[in-house]
Design a protein. Structure first.
Length: 92
């Protein structure tokens, strides 16, 4: 399948874990991760872009398994919505 596929992705931290996450987004499709604060949305996105290596599972982008590739080789990006990113700047 072209697009993004996450198969059985799992990773644990001290007080949180993602367990057997399954996700499939076809090429050209839009999708939304929706959930309460602390539900793992950001951690899943960070795994997809390569910010950390999941303990189990695979991440497939455009038919290529990128699970073990560094972020710069994945040809995907993530722009967090974080007001602290440039706290010295203003909208105006």
């Amino acid at each position: 399948m072209d697009g993004l596929v996450v198969e059985n992705l799992s990773h644990s931290w001290k007080r949180f874990s993602l367990t057997d996450v399954q996700l499939s987004v076809g090429k050209g499709e839009y999708f939304v991760l929706l959930g309460p604060t602390g539900s793992g949305k950001t951690l899943l996105l960070e795994a997809i872009v390569g910010a950390y290596q999941p303990r189990n599972g695979r991440i497939i982008i455009e038919g290529a398994d990128v699970t073990n590739l560094p972020p710069e080789k994945r040809k995907i990006s993530y722009a967090p919505q974080n007001y602290l990113l440039f706290k010295n700047m203003r909208v105006r």
